[in-house]
Design a protein around this ligand. Structure first.
Ligand SMILES: [Zn+2]
Length: 281
């Protein structure tokens, strides 16, 4: 079964866990590593022979359009991760629409194609944002992969469906939540990022098989360019738990990803959405 592979294109200083210590006004003065790390991700995908989705910050697309264009030319899908990583539930409806449009313009300009997919920063579409999917549909998006149907300290919408669904009556917009797995009545995050780095490899690989074979549905997996960059600058002053999550096992990430890419079938998120759309109709 085809699973959705994605990379959330943002730099080491743009992650939600550090936003209280590094203000957005400092971003342009910090050491930019996203272009080099993005190239390393392209090499990794080429080595594995997989195509994926680049959920890109507009802020990054505006500054590094060549990276985004190369990803598009290599056959990857270019989609939106919003402008500058503001969580949707902090924006409100009008500011969300403005953020979406600003990102869309920069990403379309860089990629040469219009993004049709959206991933909210830090999976921040939840019960607090009942207008978010409507805005996405009105702005011409075909799908969102922005919901984490789990309870977590920074995000999550425990009551949301675990698999692809149409969140709006009368709209074709699909929401494709990030992967969770259920075991013994407990629901666990299994869609990538820090969980993939911190938990044993065999848990993630097992979870994908469990979702494919047990639930009969595709998995949705994501990581970040900075996760394969052990040489990134260290942020002091961030909470210990955030630092532990961010910096653990960066050097083992690349070989682990390659192993995962070879153990399962992967494709672009829009391809998986197309297959799920047929299943839903
Ligand atoms: Zn992000």
């Amino acid at each position: 079964m085809l699973n959705a592979l994605s990379v959330d294109v943002e730099d080491w200083f743009q992650v939600g866990a550090f936003e209280t210590v590094i203000g957005r006004d400092r971003w342009d003065g910090l050491e930019a590593r996203v272009e080099r790390n993005g190239e390393a991700v392209l090499e990794l995908f080429a080595e594995a022979g997989v195509e994926a989705t680049f959920f890109t910050l507009g802020w990054v697309a505006e500054r590094y359009p060549a990276l985004i264009r190369r990803a598009a030319e290599a056959g990857h899908e270019i989609a939106s991760h919003g402008w500058d990583h503001q969580r949707v539930f902090n924006l409100g409806e009008a500011a969300f629409r403005a953020d979406l449009r600003r990102a869309h313009a920069a990403i379309a300009e860089a990629a040469g194609v219009e993004p049709k997919g959206y991933r909210a920063p830090s999976f921040s579409i939840d019960a607090r944002t009942p207008w978010a999917h409507k805005v996405l549909a009105e702005e011409g998006y075909a799908y969102s992969s922005s919901v984490a149907p789990i309870a977590h300290d920074h995000y999550g919408w425990r009551e949301a469906p675990r698999f692809a669904h149409r969140p709006l009556a009368g709209s074709e917009l699909i929401e494709l939540p990030v992967t969770t797995v259920e075991l013994g009545g407990r629901r666990m995050a299994a869609g990538g990022g820090g969980f993939f780095r911190l938990l044993p490899y065999r848990f993630s690989s097992w979870a994908i098989d469990r979702v494919n074979d047990g639930d009969g549905r595709p998995a949705v997996f994501y990581f970040h360019p900075w996760e394969i960059d052990p040489g990134q600058p260290r942020v002091s002053g961030a909470p210990l738990r955030s630092r532990l999550r961010h910096y653990s096992r960066l050097s083992t990430m690349r070989p682990r990803l390659l192993k995962l890419f070879r153990a399962h079938e992967w494709g672009r998120t829009d391809q998986v959405v197309m297959a799920e759309r047929e299943r839903l109709s």
